[in-house]
Design a protein around this ligand. Structure first.
Ligand code: NAG
Length: 394
């Protein structure tokens, strides 16, 4: 499945190819040598990059291709550390009261309830299972230390193998992570959305890359693609909600018109943190931005120079304003539990091709969020980096 942007890129490529043929002919027949060769070679490089990019898009979009022949195997889960710690799980009604009381500091209009999850397989959520409940846990895989200051390319994780290792089936896994660069060809955002039942994988995972892949910051676009069912890897880091994907009671939060500084998720997390203090609460789920725009980032390919500070990371990331309606999946947790956790992480995808890592809405007046969350009973920490740092956590 392609976004419009892929078609646009192809169209631009075709136009530029036509232009080059035209320039080529004029060189031959009119022997005009006044062409600025510098610009000419730049155009050729751009066209080659475009053609390569649209070819790889075609490759990824085609569900019939055989498994990537890349050498990168998934980490062996019997050889990496696993650590599971319980989370505090208050009654849903109590959470509803806490959020009703505290969210109005950030949003003018707030509705919170505990209710049956709507069928999340339906538009716009399009999750691969109808609900979020059933033995719900948070899973945090790897971490930013595998991405920064320099990438560790051995950190590739097959998520279906992970579910098998955890003996989970049926299993819904949704959330924010790094996409499978060995498959895509470059570093990318991963919007994980997969369901495994009776050995069958329902794949709704998207990846988003900067487009063209080597475009300098400021002149790049982005491309969202759906991964085929056999490509179930992720890389480097990830924050996922793991459950049986069953219907059941969840917390519904509707928030409109932002009047505070925090983003939607930060406002929820801080409200819970203020109320529950040292009792660490974790939740995961999905929210849709129904109106307005959001600032997202999309990671470009790995940096060849070490990214040692948040300023380095900020200069490396590509930022975009993205349009509603846009659905986000991910997790939040109110404490660290000594596990070096990322306290919140949501990635978004959409029908119109916008998608990436959620920062905040840029249109407070119009902001309209609707989210569904389930509480997690524990957090499963997988392959926690032995050496850590605090860079790249935003
Ligand atoms: C969700 O599913 C509907 C119906 O199949 C489809 O029209 C829509 O494009 C999907 N949305 C996304 C974001 O993929």
């Amino acid at each position: 499945m392609y976004s419009e942007r892929s078609t646009n890129t192809k169209h631009i490529c075709e136009c530029l190819s036509a232009k080059i043929i035209f320039i080529h002919e004029s060189l031959l027949y009119r022997t005009i040598f006044a062409v600025n060769m510098y610009h000419f070679s730049r155009i050729i490089l751009f066209v080659v990059a475009c053609i390569a990019a649209s070819d790889s898009a075609a490759l990824v979009g085609d569900n019939n291709i055989t498994k990537s022949t890349s050498m990168e195997e998934s980490v062996d889960y019997t050889k990496v550390p696993f650590n599971e710690k319980p989370l505090y799980r208050p009654p849903l009604e109590e959470i509803v009261d806490v959020l009703r009381k505290r969210l109005p500091a950030t949003f003018e209009h707030v509705e919170v309830s505990a209710e049956e999850c709507p069928d999340l397989t339906q538009d716009p959520f399009n999750l691969t299972a109808p609900g979020l409940t059933g033995d719900a846990k948070l899973v945090e895989l790897g971490g930013p230390p595998y991405l920064l200051p320099l990438v560790q390319r051995d950190k590739v994780y097959d998520l279906v193998a992970l579910l098998r290792h955890l003996r989970r089936e049926p299993a819904l896994l949704v959330g924010a992570g790094a996409g499978p660069w060995p498959y895509v060809g470059v570093n990318c955002e991963g919007i994980v959305n997969l369901f495994v039942e009776r050995g069958r994988v329902a794949q709704g995972t998207r990846v988003v890359t900067v487009q063209p892949e080597d475009a300098p910051k400021g002149s790049a676009g982005y491309l969202q693609r759906v991964l085929p069912p056999h490509e179930t890897r992720s890389a480097l880091l990830g924050n996922y909600l793991l459950s049986e994907g069953k219907p059941g009671k969840v917390i519904k939060v509707v928030a409109k018109k932002r009047i505070g500084q925090s983003n939607f998720i930060t406002a929820i997390r801080e409200a819970l943190k203020e109320h529950y203090g040292d009792k660490v609460v974790g939740a995961g789920g999905a929210f849709v931005l129904r109106a307005g725009r959001v600032k997202h980032h999309v990671m470009p390919d790995f940096s060849a120079t070490p990214l040692r500070t948040d300023a380095h990371v900020d200069a490396w990331l590509h930022y975009f304003d993205m349009r509603a309606p846009i659905v986000h999946v991910g997790t939040l947790v109110t404490g660290d539990l000594g596990l070096d956790l990322r306290v919140q992480h949501f990635h978004g995808f959409s029908e119109h091709g916008d998608g990436g890592h959620y920062h905040y809405d840029t249109t407070p007046q119009e902001a309209h969020y609707e989210g569904y969350f389930t509480l997690a009973a524990s957090v499963v920490r997988v392959d926690q980096p032995a050496h850590t740092h605090s860079v790249g956590r935003d």
